[in-house]
Design a protein around this ligand. Sequence first.
Ligand SMILES: *Cc1c(COP(=O)(O)O)cnc(C)c1O
Length: 436
Amino acid sequence: MKYYSTNHRSPETSLQEAVIRGLAPDKGLYMPLHINHLSTHFFRTIGNLSLQEVSFRVATAFFGEDVPPDILKEITYDTMNFDIPLVPVTDRIYALELFHGPTLAFKDVGARFMARLLGYFIRKEGKQQVNVLVATSGDTGSAVANGFLGVPGIHVYVLYPKGKVSDIQESQFTTLGQNITALEVDGTFDDCQRLVKSAFTDTQLNAHAFFTSANSINVARFLPQAFYYFWAYAQCRTLGIPAALHPVVCVPSGNFGNITAGLFGKFMGLPISHFIAANNRNDIFYQYLLTGVYTPRPSVATIANAMDVGNPSNFARVLDLYGGSHQSITRDISGATYTDDEIAVVMRKVWNEHHYLLDPHGACGFRALQESLGDNEFGIFLATAHPAKFKDTVERIISAPVEIPEKLQAFMKGTKQSVPMSKTFDDFKAYLLKHT
Ligand SMILES: *Cc1c(COP(=O)(O)O)cnc(C)c1O
């Protein structure tokens, strides 16, 4: 399969090149040239398949031309080794719980898959050592660090702003050791991002060693997120929901990678009636749906902070999928936007009435479904993170203690190891020249 850039100024390229590069040379996002349909037989029998097998069939539709089947199967089975249950919250609204992986957020799926596929391509190219640089404001760092932990040939440097991530988040990427190094930058998230970007364009550094990113725009992180939309559908079959009833799927969205993977699923034949993109106050996409005009603006801080994005990078992919047509986009996707107060109200209400604990991101998804489902419709929202990851906020809202799952506690028992780093590029560069 060839991959093209959404900016159409770079040549088409192989999967291998797209994964190793991340971003196209013309700064566009890579897209597969074709989207393969899955067979009617697959959809008829999907209820008999495991999560790993469903994922492997979808992975084959994406990557089957480029990765030998035994290797693709191993990568996919190894990535999808935790449960993703579809849980009823009300009689018509289901949560697809994506928070049972190592760092309790949906980013585990993409990060684990990308680590394994990149590892395979590196071995194939005979590269000795690849250095992954990632700037994080919290959740990305933990998913990437854990996804890449122990993958041979790859060293990960996580840059995070000192004192600006929660203790839980910090413990998830500073206690791992092995091939993961945490750099505690005396600055902001923007400083971290600037250091990483400067490293990618520094001639001396790039002559010295090989650097790449594990950014969510990478096709190997983004496309595997389609797996669990198919798995949600498989579970609808085993739960006995009539096949003629197609779900409305609601995705709490920030950079729009997750929902775009779901749109790919629909283009591959997955019966979804339509999508809702739920935003917090950073409602750039919602405004686009209303007006047809895309106007990025600086992000504002909310309690659903993983969705605080002012210029969603995957918007380019959504536009490209629909040939730039606002009319086609609004046929498949509607939107919603909520303030922190509205998010808190729904968390409290669902906890009191249904004894289901939403995290602030999933809460946007639940609320959008509740407000928009028609009489004969049913909906699935993506529960993108475990509520305990936002313990303080959630406890304040529901006025009750939130238990920390075993997996998170284990991180917090580990010893923090981090390298203090100033925010000047010269210091960062000197460090990389010495250690890579
Ligand atoms: C990253 C993240 C999102 C946003 O996902 P996008 O793919 O960027 O739209 C939503 N919820 C949580 C918990 C996240 O970590």
